[in-house]
Design a protein. Structure first.
Length: 140
C-alpha cells in the first residue's frame, strides 16, 4: 500500500468521511508488522478495534424479576374509581326514589283532603237547593 494513500485514509477516518471499505484497508494495514514509523501511534488503536470485535461476554447475567407494582396500582385505581362512580350513581338513584316516595305521600294527603272537601260539597248543594226553594216561594 502506498504511504500517501494510508495518510489520506487516516485523515478521512478522523473526519468521519471514510467508507467501510477504506476503514477495512486501514485495519489491514495496521495489523501488519511493517508500519511506517510516524504512523506507529495509530497501530494500538486499530489493533484494539480488531481485538474488541473478537471479544465475547460469557458470564451469566442474573435477571431479577420485575416487580409489577405499577400494574397492581393501576388495577386498584380503576377499581376505586369504578366503585366510587357506582356508589355515587346508587346514592343519586336512592335520592330520586326517596323524592318520588315523598311526592306520592304528599299527593295522597292532598287527595284525601280533596275527597273530604268533596263530601262536604254535597251538603252545600243540599243547602243551596233548600235556600233556592225558600227564596223562590217567598218571591211568589
Amino acid at each position: 500500500m502506498e504511504l500517501a494513500n494510508i495518510e489520506n485514509l487516516i485523515e478521512k477516518y478522523f473526519e468521519a468521511t471514510a467508507t467501510v471499505q477504506e476503514e477495512q484497508e486501514l485495519k489491514t494495514y495496521f495489523s501488519q508488522d511493517n508500519v511506517a514509523p510516524h504512523l506507529q501511534e495509530y497501530k494500538p488503536m486499530f489493533q484494539y478495534f480488531t481485538d474488541l470485535k473478537s471479544e465475547k461476554f460469557t458470564r451469566n447475567v442474573p435477571l431479577k424479576p420485575r416487580k409489577n407494582y405499577l400494574k397492581w396500582i393501576s388495577v386498584a385505581a380503576v377499581f376505586v374509581l369504578t366503585t366510587s362512580l357506582f356508589i355515587n350513581e346508587w346514592k343519586k338513584q336512592r335520592e330520586v326514589d326517596e323524592a318520588i316516595a315523598d311526592f306520592k305521600m304528599a299527593m295522597s294527603l292532598v287527595s284525601e283532603n280533596l275527597n273530604t272537601g268533596a263530601s262536604h260539597i254535597n251538603y252545600l248543594s243540599e243547602f243551596e237547593e233548600t235556600t233556592n226553594k225558600i227564596f223562590i216561594t217567598r218571591n211568589n
